[in-house]
Write a new protein. Structure first.
Length: 440
């Protein structure tokens, strides 16, 4: 079929052709473009195979697939009042995943302090968390306290199987790798990525977790902070909640930016998310969960649009840093490089894959030329690798860590932390810490 026709194209100009169709199975497209200039003609052909994917997502819990976690009942799951995209729509690049929470108690943003009691004494560990606001507001890249999902320092409730995250958490399953019906990354199946949101709006509170190891078995108690003033559905600049939702006094919105999840182009994902009110009644409190599928389009290798990758500047001990740009092919055959829109703020994205074997990729965003340090630490706080150190150009960058230390020796399996420190002339300083898990 003829998809589109172009009139005369001026030198150094470009044109884009778009065709949309619905897939019911795998399909191979052969695109041929031809044109003429004076007595010269040019023809180019490219082939791309695309596969269908489902946007339908169902939780299908509780069940017996991975007890005891898969049997945990989510009491009052309706505190997660709505989500976008819904269960029959797919998230994709350029979109966000949004959850709207409302309950008689404020959203718990995370555990700000862990108290551990043992026969030798009591230790108290504080974690960075975005403070409860005095009124409805929005915060980008909120700090959510401890995000460990196991051990004494975990930020989880008292549910069976180690507890559910007390911070708003998103769990990923790569359906392209694990199969279209896989739930392998769900919390109920042992998923341990628990990605925190990139934005939270409305009101929220923190919590304190106490672990008493002097009892047999050890006991865990979670004490939520006091609720702030009620805000109803006033989200302080967040996205308006869908009409008709229940209002019990405390509203919040949690947002995940798809581009910051570090997902692989051409892959489809299951996205499971949950939010918590912090209460510990009913074997863990009121926790809402839902899911959606996401599909990340692959870069199309056809003219007139293609992609080039240019290495970014800076001193790197391991890995490559890249900035992606679009390049249009003009009528005279010359490439016109168009920079990708620059980020408006600093961001450190969740590594992917996580957990990982062998290597993982860490992405980060710089709104301007900045001095950047990106380092990896072990669970004891010792620095094991430096991935970036120096002045970096603005844009989106990515670094690969091959699970090796400063001496290029393989590191042991376990939990690691990566920290980004950046300073820009206009945007000031930025510091963020995230966790990742290496498995063998």
């Amino acid at each position: 079929m003829t998809v589109c026709n172009w009139g005369p194209i001026a030198p150094a100009a470009s044109a884009t052709c778009t065709h949309t169709f619905t897939l019911t199975g795998s399909r191979t497209n052969i695109a041929t473009a031809s044109g003429a200039s004076g007595n010269a003609t040019v023809t180019a052909t490219a082939t791309a195979t695309v596969s269908s994917f489902s946007c339908v997502c169902n939780l299908n819990y509780p069940d017996n697939s991975n007890l005891p976690r898969s049997g945990v009942v989510f009491n009052e799951s309706e505190v997660l009042r709505a989500s976008s995209p819904g269960g029959n729509s797919c998230a994709t690049t350029g979109q966000t995943i949004k959850l709207w929470y409302n309950d008689e108690h404020a959203l718990t943003l995370g555990v700000r302090q862990v108290i551990v009691k043992s026969s030798s004494g009591t230790t108290t560990t504080s974690f960075a968390i975005t403070p409860s606001p005095s009124g409805p507001t929005c915060v980008s890249n909120p700090q959510v306290g401890t995000t460990a999902l196991s051990g004494d320092q975990a930020g989880t409730d008292i549910a069976a199987g180690g507890g559910r995250p007390l911070w708003p958490a998103l769990f990923l399953t790569d359906l392209t790798v694990n199969g279209a019906s896989s739930r392998a990354g769900d919390w109920q199946q042992g998923g341990n990525n628990g990605i925190a949101p990139t934005r939270v709006c409305g009101v929220w509170k923190g919590a304190v977790r106490t672990v008493n190891n002097t009892t047999n078995p050890p006991t865990v108690t979670v004490t939520p902070d006091a609720d702030p003033a009620k805000n109803d559905w006033n989200l302080g600049g967040g996205d308006p909640a869908p009409a008709g939702l229940t209002d019990q006094g405390y509203g919040a919105e949690c947002v995940w930016d798809v581009v910051q999840l570090g997902l692989i182009p051409g892959h489809t994902y299951r996205l499971q998310f949950m939010v918590h009110d912090g209460d510990q009644n009913k074997a863990g409190g009121d926790v809402g969960e839902s899911c959606a599928n996401g599909h990340i389009p692959a870069t199309v290798p056809c003219t007139p649009i293609s992609k080039v990758t240019t290495a970014s500047r800076g001193v790197r001990e391991q890995g490559e840093g890249t900035i992606e740009r679009q390049v249009s092919v003009a009528a005279d055959g010359q490439a016109i490089v168009q920079p990708e829109a620059l980020p408006t703020e600093f961001a450190l994205l969740q590594n992917f894959p996580n957990p990982f074997r062998g290597s993982t990729v860490i992405r980060y965003a710089l709104p301007e030329a900045s001095t950047v340090s990106l380092r990896v630490f072990n669970i004891s706080g010792q620095e094991v690798a430096t991935l970036a150190s120096g002045t970096m150009s603005p844009g989106y960058h990515s670094m690969e860590w091959k699970a090796r230390d400063h001496s290029d020796r393989p590191v042991a399996a376990g939990m690691y932390f990566y920290r980004m420190d950046a300073t820009g002339l206009k945007t000031g300083t930025f510091h963020q810490l995230r966790k990742m898990v290496l498995i063998k």
